[in-house]
Design a protein around this ligand. Structure first.
Ligand code: AMP
Ligand code: MG
Length: 419
């Protein structure tokens, strides 16, 4: 049996980065840029006002104060987006809105609060300036954010909301990104029933396909539901066929020792098993391999993750193995989940040298993280995953961890409550 780390290494060696495609900017959140994006324009395009106020010559404000205002003649009002053709001569000012381009002659903007505008009639054609202003005051320079000709976002950048905004500021509606993988998801088991059906006695609903599909979505992939295969090899093969156009196949169940554990049989006949069983708890019976699909004279290797059937095991197998594979396909470099060091409240025994992933609730108190178990840790108790925000890791070479020990916790999510 191999370790979690060896398993991940073997997986990543079989995963290639997918091709690039053009995507509308709002569709590519979380994707990796496949081109250098440069700007053909300056942003802002012109020197403009950072404040609502008056554009004027700073020299005209010398000695100005609340007690002795400098009175200037107002020659025009300019709104944002419009350009004044007037020139600000000595002794004059232009009333200005934020974002409007600085007119000829002016070298600063004095905000409304530093004028006597509020004390004047609306019709007044004069303004009193109440403070001295330095050249450049409240002026945003052309190109101060982005200079024309420069590369603004480099190839390999992960698109977040800020990058979507930057792309929009350049007038880009589409951009080249590494495409999202399509992940085909198949449940196995004679006992498993689709959630749209009534539940016969002795059967259980197919939760795995849904938790897995949600994980695929969370990490940026496109799930393709293949339904449920029975415990007969032909049924599995027929269903898997519907997923051969996908970039990745994920099954759940049918991988432990037993009469009906058929995923490995199919893998060994139609491809290659890379590994089966990992020294971890839960999720030991996970299998990974590639299905070899011949199409148009070429052989396509489709990675297949045969996740353990128990609902918690399936999710943890996914987080450990399928998640980094999806991220690598998407061109990401950072593949590890964030982890924190926490003080354990409770104890966990490790009896058979596996790496344990225990569902835990992590909280920050007095500047330190504390982790307590969610309760019973059976691999069928899916609500334990719902309660947990992290997985306490007990290393394979440790007989256990006890109350007060410092432990590593892999964070499943990072909600505000952790902070
Ligand atoms: P197996 O590895 O196929 O023996 O499955 C192990 C356990 O996981 C069994 O108790 C199954 O009932 C349960 N299980 C398998 N597949 C699913 C599924 N799609 N949804 C929920 N539970 C499942
Ligand atoms: Mg089964």
């Amino acid at each position: 049996m191999i370790s979690v780390d060896e398993a991940l290494e073997k997986i990543l060696a079989r995963i290639d980065v997918l091709e690039a495609e053009e995507s509308p900017i709002l569709g590519c959140l979380g994707q990796v840029l496949a081109e250098d994006v440069s700007s053909s324009i300056n942003i802002p395009p012109l020197d403009n006002s950072a404040m609502d106020g008056y554009a004027l010559r700073s020299a005209d404000t010398r000695g100005a104060s609340r007690k002795s205002p400098r009175i200037l003649r107002v020659i025009e009002t300019v709104t944002a987006g419009s350009i004044s053709r007037s020139e600000v001569e000595p002794g004059t000012a232009i009333r200005f809105m934020t974002g409007a381009a600085i007119p000829k002659g002016a070298d600063c903007v004095v905000r409304f609060e530093d004028t006597d505008e509020s004390e004047r009639q609306r019709t007044s054609s004069e303004i009193g300036i109440l403070t001295e202003a330095k050249p450049g005051l409240e002026i945003r320079r052309a190109g101060e954010d982005i200079t024309a000709g420069s590369i603004v976002l480099g190839k390999g950048t992960v698109i977040r909301p800020a990058e979507v905004g930057v792309l929009a500021s350049l007038g880009r509606s589409k951009v080249k990104v590494i495409r999202r993988p399509v992940v085909a998801i198949l449940a196995t088991g004679d006992e498993v029933v689709d959630i749209a059906q009534p539940l016969p006695e002795g059967k259980i609903y197919n939760s795995n396909s849904y938790s897995v599909a949600a994980l695929v979505l969370r990490y940026g992939g496109i799930p393709k539901m293949l339904g449920i295969a029975s415990d007969i090899e032909d049924s599995l093969v027929a269903r898997l066929h519907l997923g051969l156009d996908a970039d990745m196949l994920i099954t759940s169940g049918g991988v432990s020792f037993g009469d009906y554990d058929i995923v490995r049989d199919v893998l060994s006949k139609r491809g290659e098993i890379v590994f089966w069983r990992v020294r971890q708890k839960p999720g030991k019976p996970v299998v990974f391999g590639v299905i070899k699909e011949r199409s148009k004279g070429k052989v396509k290797n489709i990675p297949l993750f045969g996740l353990a059937g128990n609902p918690v095991s399936a999710m943890i197998n996914f987080e450990l193995f399928a998640r980094p594979a999806i991220l690598k396909m998407m061109g990401k470099k950072s593949l590890t989940k964030p982890a924190v060091e926490a003080v354990l409240e409770g104890a966990i025994e490790n009896t058979d040298g596996r790496r344990i992933f225990a569902r835990a609730i992590v909280e920050k108190r007095g500047g330190r993280y504390f982790a307590r178990l969610t309760g019973p840790q059976g691999s069928g108790i899916l609500t334990s995953m719902s309660l947990a925000n992290g997985l306490v890791i007990v290393p394979e070479d440790k007989p256990g961890v006890k109350e007060g020990d410092s432990v590593q916790v892999m964070m499943l999510d990072w909600s505000e409550e952790v902070e």
